[in-house]
Ligand binder design. Structure first.
Ligand SMILES: [Zn+2]
Length: 260
């Protein structure tokens, strides 16, 4: 896994990292999984046919997944937002870097132009989109920052460097493996799009050091997906599959990084 990145000067205070662990003395902390429920606050995300807001589905699913992961006892878990508040995309990436997350999972249920399309899909970062539908989805997702007003682009130079840096090969490989794990975990349980493992230039996935995926749990533009995602039982099934995928990811990583 990548080296621990320096803490970003962020806000008014410096975040403190714990001291390095000495071998044989203290076990490293469990890896930190950062869940990123999409949208929030003034940005509702996609709005379903019967009026469901994507932001509410995303936070409900993230809270459920956090509970499942914590129950397993293998991870620390944090959410990019605990509440119905607006957070710019780049701040979500910066927070994951700042906290030393080992894995970043963004959770969405966006809308497509074609209302007949339903099913889950998983996205990793690429400068070129895998298909036109995904390119359109990334444009729509990335435009969430239009809600942020003019201050959004005044990010710190440290964050700009991270965003501008090339995604390292091991990060890409980790992201791709995690995406395959999610697809594999969904396949027997959760309806999938055709070619469900997709890629495009999503801003929220542009973390140089942290393997990152964006999961579309379904689409608000489809009546049946919207109805399913409104149900806690369905969300628990989807997040249960995501928890299995996260377990598989860390099983294959042989995680030893000190994720301060
Ligand atoms: Zn979304």
């Amino acid at each position: 896994m990548g080296a621990v990145v320096p803490a970003l000067a962020h806000g008014h205070h410096t975040r403190h990292r714990p001291s390095p662990h000495l071998p044989g003395q203290v076990l490293p902390p469990p890896p930190l999984v950062m869940l990123d429920p999409g949208h929030g606050g003034k940005d509702p995300g996609a709005i379903g046919i019967t009026g469901t807001y994507e932001k509410h589905i995303a936070i409900a699913a993230a809270v459920e997944l956090r509970q499942q992961l914590l129950a397993g006892g293998r991870y620390r878990v944090c959410l990019s937002r605990d509440d119905d508040i607006f957070i710019p995309l780049e701040d979500r990436v910066a927070t994951a870097q700042d906290k030393g997350a080992a894995l970043f999972v963004s959770m969405h249920a966006d809308a497509l132009h074609d209302t007949a399309v339903r099913g889950a899909s998983v996205y990793t970062l690429s400068e070129t989109a895998s298909d036109a539908q995904t390119a359109s989805l990334a444009r729509s997702e990335n435009s969430a920052d239009r809600y942020g007003g003019p201050h959004v682009h005044s990010v710190s130079p440290a964050v700009q460097r991270i965003l501008a840096s090339l995604v390292r090969q091991e990060t890409r490989a980790g992201s791709a493996r995690m995406a395959r794990n999610v697809v594999d975990a969904f396949r027997p349980r959760v309806r999938l799009l055709d070619n469900p493992d997709r890629h495009a230039a999503f801003v929220v996935l542009k973390s140089a050091d942290i393997p990152s995926v964006l999961v579309e749990m379904g689409f608000m533009s489809n009546r049946r997906d919207e109805a399913a995602l409104r149900q806690a039982g369905h969300r628990a099934m989807v997040t249960g599959a995501m928890a299995r995928a996260i377990d598989s990811y860390f099983d294959s990583t042989g995680f030893t990084r000190l994720a301060g």
